[in-house]
Design a protein around this ligand. Structure first.
Ligand code: NA7
Length: 535
């Protein structure tokens, strides 16, 4: 049962993940009326949907937490260094209940369209349940990895066993006990689920098209000692978040270290575990030689770990610089291939030809299975926005504005779409940052902007097309100084056939300062229309 929809509000918020929930909190503080929508049956966004076995965050729990509520930070206790999905979802629910953030949301409701009415200076938002809401502001907290990508393999519908996608896992428990299972894909979702499924399944086939780099998480329980150390470092961490340097590669550049010192550094970070490995050298993501050294160290570890040399060789990543695709963080991934019940199917040797009623058929043979797990990723960063029919000034569709790839001003707004904001949109650090901190930063910026707009009698705020062009150029320039564009990654849209290839996240640094300076200069780069103009 949904609560009644409010037809005229100050703001519509689309998405009840970590961005949307905090947005509701801040808008309420501004005294704004809100109508929220989410396709899910509850809060949590990505953590609502990604319930596959082994799903967990690849950022440490202590940092993957809201910082806006000291009360929550003090009260909530994470059990592990890297929290698993159920715990993160429980956290989202805990915060939402504590601050009564669920109330404005209509769940199990998909937003179908959002259209700017220039005469009324309002957005008209409609849903798949026939709702029709008018709002001054429209805030898209739609997530960066929220549209699962259905693979295009012939015969999928003919499969007689059970099919799953990691990004839309059922809520009922799934047991693979005694079953023969295929996992298609070897990205983060696959790597996390494979190690869990391998514990249960009678036989597991891992279908790998492109090998990925993975580093051990070294997960473990969080003790009082960890918490004490965390609180001690907290002010420094907070400052790093504010400076935009938290999680950015630390260390020294390669040239200032001897070969032995470099090795020691790789070993040290490998033993600490986690994506912090990419901080081994300051120039790891800009200098191909430094990158090769770090990548070779991981390849050595793979060779040492995997007993069958042919399997080890097939697992060695060779098509991209380490870190240029999101690095995977695992618990026993390479080790799993030493298990008797696990088989790596190297699709480079024989690609998948079809899904048959019995299982997966490659050009070499058929693999009969009871279940297929598609861990085939997402239409990242733009998918959720383009799934909504968004029309701006003059009825111009977003899909048209983004025909050659997404263009935004600061990842916060799109020129031609006034009073519409995107949380962690393309052109912001988003997926290359701690998502929860980035959500907070965007929500704070948007809330401050809306407060300012009201205080200054502004009715319409719209990104200036030139400011947007300049920002897009800056995003590209920043990416071109790094090795990121060298990978066929979802950062660049390479995983979706026909998607324009544009590097989407901003990696130039000082992002928060840039956003703050834009605000401090009276929203530089935005067109502001004052209330009098209407009268
Ligand atoms: P990813 O990282 O996009 O991985 C998808 C995987 O699926 C990847 O290994 C793909 O291989 C593989 N894939 C996709 N289509 C096919 C077909 N048709 N045949 C075989 N293999 C295929 O998605 P994840 O869900 O793992 O992770 C996404 C992010 O979510 C992750 O970075 C975390 O931030 C959380 P390919 O490389 O394209 O050859």
């Amino acid at each position: 049962q949904r609560a009644p929809i409010v037809a005229e509000v100050d703001a519509v918020v689309v998405g009840a993940g970590f961005g949307g929930l905090y947005m509701v909190h801040r808008l309420r503080e501004l005294g704004m009326s809100i109508q929220g929508f989410d396709a899910a049956g509850g809060v949590g966004g990505t953590w609502y949907w990604n319930r596959y076995p082994g799903a967990r965050c690849d950022i440490q729990s202590l940092f993957y937490s809201y910082t806006w509520s000291e009360e929550v930070q003090k009260a909530w206790r994470w059990s592990e260094k890297y929290a698993a999905q159920p715990e993160i979802l429980a956290y989202a629910n805990y915060v939402a209940d504590k601050y009564d953030l669920k109330r404005p949301f209509a769940f199990e409701t998909k937003v179908k369209s959002a259209a700017w009415d220039a005469a009324k200076r309002r957005w008209r938002v409609t849903t798949d349940r026939g709702d029709d809401v008018s709002a001054r502001f429209c805030i898209m907290a739609t997530g960066c990895l929220s549209v699962p990508r259905a693979p295009e393999i012939p015969g999928q519908d003919s499969f007689e066993g059970a099919s799953f996608h990691t990004g839309t896992w059922p809520h009922e428990p799934v047991s693979f006990k005694g079953k023969t299972v295929a996992v298609i894909g070897t990205g983060s979702s696959a790597i996390q689920s494979i190690t869990e499924i391998a514990k249960e399944a009678e036989r597991l086939y891992v279908f790998q098209r492109t090998p990925n780099f993975s580093v051990p998480a070294r997960n473990g329980p969080l003790t009082d000692k960890h918490y004490a150390a965390f609180w001690e470092q907290y002010p420094a961490y907070r400052q790093m978040v504010l400076d935009g340097t938290a999680g950015i590669a630390g260390g020294s550049p390669m040239r200032s270290l001897t070969a032995e010192q470099q090795r020691a550094r790789f070993e040290e970070l490998w033993n600490i575990g986690g994506a912090g490995y990419l901080g081994a050298l300051a120039d790891l993501l800009t200098n191909p030689v430094a990158n090769d050294a770090a990548a070779n160290f991981v390849r050595e570890k793979i060779r040492e770990t995997v007993k069958d040399p042919e399997v080890a060789e097939a697992l060695l990543p060779d098509d991209h610089p380490i870190g240029a695709k999101r690095i995977c963080v695992d618990t026993g991934y390479y080790e799993v291939f030493n298990q008797e019940n696990v088989t790596l199917v190297n699709l480079r040797k024989a690609p998948i030809e079809a899904i048959t009623p019995a299982g997966v058929r490659t050009t070499a043979q058929e693999y009969p299975v009871d279940a297929i797990v598609y861990a085939t990723g997402f239409d990242a960063m733009t998918g959720a926005l383009l799934n909504i029919d968004i029309r701006g000034e003059g009825g111009f569709p977003l899909a048209e504005a983004w025909r050659d790839g997404p263009k935004t001003y600061l990842g916060l707004q799109v020129a031609g779409f006034p009073n519409l904001f995107t949380i962690t949109g393309p052109g912001s650090p988003s997926v290359l940052s701690n998502m929860i901190s980035s959500c907070e930063q965007h929500v704070d910026w948007i809330s401050d902007c809306l407060a300012w707009v009201d205080a200054n009698g502004v009715e319409v705020i719209a990104a200036d097309p030139q400011a947007q062009e300049d920002w897009v150029a800056k995003v590209n320039e920043a990416a071109d100084k790094t090795l990121f564009p060298k990978a066929n990654s979802w950062y660049i849209g390479a995983n979706i056939p026909g998607k324009p290839r544009v590097f989407m996240p901003y990696v130039g640094g000082h992002y928060r300062q840039i956003c703050n300076s834009v605000a401090a200069e009276g929203y530089r780069g935005f067109r502001l229309e004052r209330r009098e103009a209407v009268a």
